[in-house]
Design a protein around this ligand. Structure first.
Ligand SMILES: Cc1cc2nc3c(=O)[nH]c(=O)nc-3n(C[C@H](O)[C@H](O)[C@H](O)COP(=O)(O)OP(=O)(O)OC[C@H]3O[C@@H](n4cnc5c(N)ncnc54)[C@H](O)[C@@H]3O)c2cc1C
Length: 381
């Protein structure tokens, strides 16, 4: 596979890197202090055409390819996993509208998403149904020209900000011939009666990102807001999650790279037993591992992104990227913390945040155990 980047891809990568250093890094410090969604930063990023990176030009987007997106996402994640995740969820939702939305929904939401005036959210997880989506209890029942929705979602990212709109919601709409639940997806306007924002979660990291419960009580959703056809919700979600899992590769690469840079800087500076700790081979081993895995994750992610960009089926590869990259991201955050000794425990040191951000990547976008089950099934188990 040819990995040579086009001039445009290199330019966007450079633009994302410069923006990350000048704008995202300071905004991350502010997010850690005030726990607020970074509205100003999102506007500046959107004004560069990044909110609509994969949205076709006819809907006001930049119409770029998934490889360019992955390259820019790594740069963003290097400065802030929080902002990378905000953007990643938005792109995932826009993609569901692009692929499965009616012209009515596309014309309504895509220009708003491309301009960054509205922010996308994706509601699948419930208090009693995370990995086990078949246990979903949120129901949509047909009532005349509308669907009446009842149920609760939880952990949902991006849904409770001032600019959230067009939540893509998964709900059970009946039973299939094989007795399994038929799950469909709906586009939910932010102000719809019967739809309310529940409790916001107090998290250990990602402070600028909104994560909360969403409650539906006899919420009447017009028929025209069913996305695609009835019963296709999980299929659409899996399609969206494929790019999401590849995106987690880029986010992991950014996180590992950040761990490497912090560790290298600290290890050259910190003196123990009369020498910089970077001169000790046990420290060097950790640093060499981080550099190796940053590169391996980056290349594997680019490989899968190239498959995705060409339209080649890549469910297995996307799951493998997610499993491999997030596992090494967690290890890198542990090693970076170890290299910093007691200072890694202190909020003043960046590795403290990196450590808090790492582990969740093994859980979001489908846990790593679910990726393993999926890969094993693809291999014929
Ligand atoms: C910060 C954050 C943001 C999120 N954002 C969103 C969002 O925007 N939209 C959304 O819909 N969801 C979101 N989620 C939910 C996330 O996708 C779920 O947390 C994840 O899918 C796991 O579900 P769970 O937490 O219920 O864990 P569970 O499914 O209860 O799993 C618990 C443990 O059991 C393991 N397990 C489960 N089944 C099996 C099995 N068959 N074999 C082996 N092991 C198994 C899991 O791997 C895990 O280790 C978010 C979560 C967090 C924490």
């Amino acid at each position: 596979m040819n990995y040579e980047l086009t001039e445009e891809q290199t330019q966007i990568q450079r633009l994302a890197r410069e923006f990350s250093i000048e704008e995202i890094e300071p905004a991350q410090i502010k997010m850690d202090e005030d726990h607020e969604f970074p509205y100003d930063l999102w506007k500046k990023w959107s004004d560069l055409g990044m909110a609509g990176m994969l949205i076709p030009e006819e809907y006001g987007g930049s119409d770029l390819d998934p490889v360019t997106y992955i390259l820019a996402l790594e740069e963003v994640a290097r400065a802030s996993n929080t902002f990378a995740l905000i953007w990643q969820v938005h792109v995932l939702v826009a993609n569901i509208y692009i692929k499965f939305g009616s012209e009515f929904l596309k014309n309504h939401y895509l220009p708003l998403y491309a301009a960054g005036e509205k922010l996308g959210a994706f509601g699948l997880t419930e208090p009693g149904a995370g990995s086990d989506t078949a246990n979903m209890t949120t129901k949509a029942v047909k009532k005349g020209e509308a669907w009446s929705i009842n149920g609760t979602k939880t952990f949902i990212s991006n849904a409770g900000t001032d600019i959230s709109d067009g939540l893509v919601l998964m709900a059970v709409t009946g039973e299939k011939e094989n007795g399994k639940k038929a799950i469909s997806s709906f586009s939910i306007p932010h102000t719809l009666p019967g739809y309310s924002l529940g409790q916001s979660w107090d998290k250990m990291a990602w402070f600028g990102m909104d994560n909360r419960e969403l409650v539906f009580e006899d919420c009447l959703v017009p028929e025209e807001r069913l996305i695609g056809t009835e019963g296709q919700g999980l299929k659409q979600a899996l399609d969206g999650l494929n790019l999401g899992r590849i995106a987690f590769g880029a986010i992991s690469a950014g996180l590992i790279q950040s761990c490497l840079e912090e560790s290298l800087k600290y290890a050259k500076d910190r003196v123990a037993f009369g020498n910089p700790i970077s001169s000790y081979q046990l420290i060097q081993a950790k640093i060499a591992d981080m550099a190796t895995y940053a590169e391996a994750v980056r290349q594997f992610t680019l490989y899968a992104a190239n498959l995705h960009a060409k339209g080649t089926p890549c469910h297995k590869e996307a799951a493998m990227v997610k499993l491999f990259s997030t596992r090494h991201a967690t290890q890198a955050t542990l090693d970076a913390y170890q290299i910093h000794g007691g200072y890694g425990f202190m909020h003043e040191y960046k590795v403290n945040r990196l450590f808090r951000e790492g582990k969740i990547l093994e859980i979001g976008e489908g846990t790593n155990e679910i990726q393993q089950l999926f890969i094993a099934r693809e291999l014929g188990c």
